[in-house]
Design a protein around this ligand. Structure first.
Ligand code: AP5
Ligand code: MG
Length: 186
């Protein structure tokens, strides 16, 4: 099974991705986590990515497409994967289609999680107390929301037009939201 989780910062992509991946025994691929690991080891990719992440901006498409192109050729993803936070722009989505086609992987669905912005900002402010994430500062949290609406939201229509979009309300109890996601995946 091949899935995409799409949604604004703080909506619960990571939280729900872990639960859905456990359920279907597929690999969770969070591009945010991959980039944060690169930053921690101070690799070239990490040093470059940090300049964007710390400002709440998107890392350039070619960097992400190279990461995903390499990652999807690994043996461990052959049982399936959930892409969390990728793609985030139309060029990334088009690049992903090409990569998946070459590998004969077919996308089952793009799950779009939603919540109102006040809820999202509050969740991330709460998380900032312990996450240690450089982008969980209040002004950067707002900037990330803005970037979502400007650069990532066009993907909703992109996947809707391909009949692949499943919209799920991301507000409520975590377990209840998992149930909602499972319902749209059947
Ligand atoms: P990324 O790591 O993907 O962050 P994000 O999209 O900003 O989203 P978050 O991880 O903050 O939120 P989430 O939706 O995963 O929610 P979570 O489950 O943690 O990206 C970070 C940066 O990396 C980007 O800004 C960009 O610079 C770069 N990047 C990454 N991918 C890229 C790409 N493809 N292209 C270019 N650049 C890229 O939940 C949030 C909080 O809410 C947690 O504390 C959680 O416990 C809590 N919570 C979860 N569910 C609920 C609930 N139902 N009720 C109450 N609280 C809840
Ligand atoms: Mg996340």
């Amino acid at each position: 099974m091949h899935l995409i989780f799409l949604g604004p910062p703080g909506v619960g992509k990571g939280t729900q991705a872990k639960r859905i991946c456990d359920r279907f025994d597929i690999i969770h691929l969070s591009t945010g986590e991959i980039l944060r690991t690169e930053i921690a080891v101070q690799s070239n990719i990490g040093n470059q990515a940090k300049l964007f992440i710390d400002k709440g901006k998107l890392v350039p498409d070619n960097v992400l497409l190279d990461i995903i192109d390499n990652r999807l050729k690994n043996n461990d993803v052959q049982k399936g994967y959930l892409l969390d936070g990728f793609p985030r722009t139309i060029p990334q989505a088009e690049g992903l289609e090409k990569i998946m086609k070459e590998l004969s992987h077919s996308l089952k669905a793009t799950v779009s999680l939603s919540a109102n912005e006040d809820e999202l900002v509050q969740r991330l402010i709460n998380r900032s107390l312990e996450s240690g994430r450089s982008d969980d500062a209040q002004d950067i949290i707002r900037q990330r929301q803005k970037v979502f609406w400007e650069q990532t939201a066009p993907l909703l229509d992109f996947y809707r037009s391909k009949n692949l979009l499943k919209e799920v309300n991301g507000v409520g109890e975590i377990s209840k939201i998992t149930e909602r996601i499972l319902e749209v995946l059947i």
